[in-house]
Design a protein around this ligand. Structure first.
Ligand code: FAS
Ligand code: PHB
Length: 392
């Protein structure tokens, strides 16, 4: 088989690269190691920047998002029980975010791809990348017990942090930067109404908690937990009790409890690989970087990578210009590091770090107090949270 761009991974990054290439008439095939249902079963992000929603609409994949997405023009920070609203719309000249689960984004993009007749090969096992340093890259994989080969002109490595793409790059050619946090997030999804109209990020001496949602009848909650936490060891009641201890009496009184429909632990990590290009192989999304979810950036960062990489491929095939692909890595990394900083800063301010000295704990409080007294400080948080607009 042959295609112009082989895309590894059917998460948001791979699906968005594929959708943009298909819209531009550039042939592409997605190789996904799991089934469609398995990919859709993963509960991940929940907040979309305007740039991400604009991209979905430009691709013609935004109809359900318009119907079901919840537009939010602010969120709340709570620090040891003191609340502070970040008025996104006021601070950014009207910019907002949309609450719409990553699962739904993935479903919409998969359905959009199917309707466009673009190919995704699910359950593709043992994917291997070949000769991407030359002008003749190819990908091999196992499907139904048979080894298949896909010749291509470019490979988009969109296969997440544990994927094969970054792992295929010779160690000497790649430099990575990592900060592993000494805790994780225990997340619960439940069909109960949210406790507040907007997201609540709460710092508490017992640990961080986040009140989020998926719809007016479905809530998503997180509490900071030790890395080795086994979600099965947490009863629903124990989770609800701990959540209410951390979010302040007013919000706690509004929490509606119910049976969890999903319960999982996610580790928190900051990670960047440099560079993002290796000959004909390009990394995008979690294959290239990881942010702690405190800034609601992971999915949005992946979407922006996908936008820039797909435009670079389109420029190459349409205008025979390599300017886009030659500048992709530097341009993306400049943006990625700024988002890494924001996600790291939000995580550092709001979580309980067992190894922090009393001085560092005062610095956490000072970060919050600075936001209380300075509109400029709140504007910086708001601008980072809503993200940069998509170019016209
Ligand atoms: P993804 O990991 O989504 O997709 C990669 C795809 O590649 C997967 O479908 C995988 O099956 C496939 N793949 C992997 N190896 C392969 C191989 N060898 N061959 C073929 N296919 C392969 N972000 C937020 O903003 N908020 C959150 O609350 C949040 N929670 C998260 C919780 C967890 C447990 C995780 C892991 C991430 C979370 N994230 C969150 C970040 C997440 O949303 C990512 O940023 C987003 O999924 C990135 O999308 P992709 O880059 O497409 O990677
Ligand atoms: C979520 O709803 O899953 C979510 C929202 C905001 C975050 C992280 C996760 O910062």
């Amino acid at each position: 088989m042959r295609t112009q761009v082989a895309i590894i991974g059917s998460g948001p990054a791979g699906l968005l690269v594929g959708a943009m290439l298909t819209q531009a008439g550039i042939d592409n095939i997605i190789l996904e190691r799991k089934s469609r249902d398995y990919v859709l079963g993963r509960i991940r992000a929940g907040v979309l920047e305007e740039a991400t929603t604009a991209l979905l609409h430009r691709l013609g994949a935004g109809a359900r998002l318009t119907r079901e997405g919840l537009k939010h023009d602010g969120f709340e920070l709570a620090f040891q029980g003191e609340a502070l609203r970040i008025d996104l719309a006021h601070l950014t000249g009207g910019r907002t975010v949309t609450v719409y689960g990553q699962t739904e984004v993935t479903r919409d993009l998969m359905d959009h791809r199917l309707a466009a007749g673009a190919a995704t090969i699910y359950d593709a096992e043992n994917v291997a990348l070949h000769e991407f340093g030359s002008g003749r890259p190819s990908v091999t994989y196992m499907k139904d017990g048979l080894t298949q080969r896909l010749d291509c002109e470019f490979i988009a490595g969109c296969d997440g942090f544990h994927g094969v793409s970054r792992a295929s790059v010779p160690q000497a050619a790649l430099r990575s930067f990592e900060r592993a946090y000494p805790f994780g997030w225990l997340g619960v999804l439940a069909d109960v109404p949210p406790c507040a109209p907007e997201l609540v990020y709460a710092a508490h001496e017992r640990g961080f908690a986040l009140c989020s949602m998926r719809s007016p009848t479905r809530s998503r909650y997180y509490i900071q937990c030790p890395l080795e936490t086994d979600p099965a060891q947490w009863s629903d009641d124990a989770f609800w009790d701990e959540l209410r201890r951390r979010i302040g009496e007013e919000a706690a009184a509004r929490v509606v409890t119910g049976p969890s429909i999903e319960k999982s632990v996610a580790p928190l990590r900051s990670f960047v690989a440099e560079p993002l290009r290796f000959g004909r192989l390009f990394l995008a999304g979690d294959a290239a970087h990881i942010v702690p979810p405190t800034g609601a950036k992971g999915l949005n960062l992946a979407a922006r990578d996908a936008y820039e990489l797909a435009r670079a491929f389109i420029e190459f095939f349409r205008e025979k210009s390599s300017a886009g692909i030659d500048h992709y890595s530097k341009r993306a990394l400049d943006r990625i590091w700024r988002v890494e900083r924001f996600s790291w800063a939000m995580t550092t301010m709001l979580h309980r770090f067992p190894q922090f000295s009393p001085f560092e704990e005062r610095m956490q409080e000072a970060e919050f107090r600075q936001l209380q007294v300075s509109e400029a400080a709140r504007r910086l948080v708001a601008e980072n949270y809503v993200g940069a607009p998509l170019p016209a």
